[in-house]
Write a protein that binds this ligand. Structure first.
Ligand code: NDP
Length: 239
């Protein structure tokens, strides 16, 4: 059964080798989609195609989109997942760390979308799913650069929801709360305990729980009338 309406559709996922991105690749595989993903360092799960590409490099992303469409077929879905943190209290954020986070988390999305969005508009169908964060909705001490990048993603997704509607292209955000990946493992244990106190479900998300929300937003059957929206997957931390 093609419950999601995604069978044989081509999905392009950035940073699909580990963490939330790897879970997204595995869940989209289960829907019968043909999944292509990029990674920066080491490859991850099985997929139709996986190759190295750096979201901060516009030429690399132009090539990645071309390669996907030439070797696999016209892309239907794009998951903007690649992201980094470089945490510090605002007065201690270096110029390098500010630019690195904005460059990956925001400019990286622009570099990925620039070569593909016009094609989706021309073809008259497509679905964009942006991975923001509860931190982009709520703010978080020590994450000004990251919060700024993740709030910006929401503004971008909402705008593309408005602009893309007439071309049959939906644009939505999944905003995960703290999720058990390397990114959260890097947070000192004491801070992790403090965060847990603020989560009504009293645990971090499993990456697969975020990935199913992405499949839902991607799906033309389940979310065909949803665009410009934010789906928060945060255990009740922020609603
Ligand atoms: P991880 O640190 O586990 O993985 C980050 C992914 O992004 C990796 O696949 C990494 O590739 C890729 N990546 C980073 N920089 C680049 C780049 N320049 N070009 C291409 N790929 C790059 O993070 P998560 O899985 O936890 O996070 C995934 C997304 O979810 C991010 O956007 C993050 O902000 C967001 N998020 C995470 C939350 C969490 O609690 N974990 C909560 C809310 C949102 P490589 O392995 O090759 O370095």
């Amino acid at each position: 059964m093609d419950h999601f309406g995604l069978k044989d559709r081509v999905m392009f996922v950035t940073g699909g080798n580990r963490g939330i991105g790897a879970a997204i690749v595995e869940v989209l595989n289960k829907t019968g989609a043909r999944v292509v993903y990029t990674y920066r360092n080491e490859p991850g799960p099985q997929a139709e195609l996986a190759f190295r590409a750096d979201v901060t490099d516009p030429a690399s992303m132009d090539e990645a989109i071309d390669r996907t469409e030439n070797e696999v077929g016209p892309i239907y879905g794009v998951v903007l997942n690649a992201g980094i943190t470089k945490d510090n209290l605002f007065p201690r954020i270096s110029v390098e760390d500010w630019y690195a986070v904005i460059d990956t988390n925001l400019n990286g999305i622009f570099n990925t979308l620039r070569p593909i969005v016009p094609r989706l508009y021309d073809r008259g169908s497509g679905s964009l799913v942006f991975i923001s964060s509860v931190v982009g909705e709520q703010g978080n001490i020590g994450q000004a650069n990251y919060a700024a990048s993740k709030s910006a993603v929401i503004g971008l997704a909402k705008t593309l929801g408005l602009e893309g509607a007439r071309y049959g292209v939906r644009s939505n955000v999944v905003a995960p709360g703290f999720t058990s990946t390397d990114m959260v493992k890097a947070i000192p244990e004491k801070v992790q305990e403090r965060i847990l106190q603020k989560i009504p479900l009293r645990r971090f998300a499993d990456p697969e729980e975020v990935a199913w929300a992405v499949a839902f937003m991607m799906s033309p059957l389940m979310a065909g009338y949803i665009t410009g929206d934010v789906l928060s997957v945060n255990g009740g931390q922020y609603t």
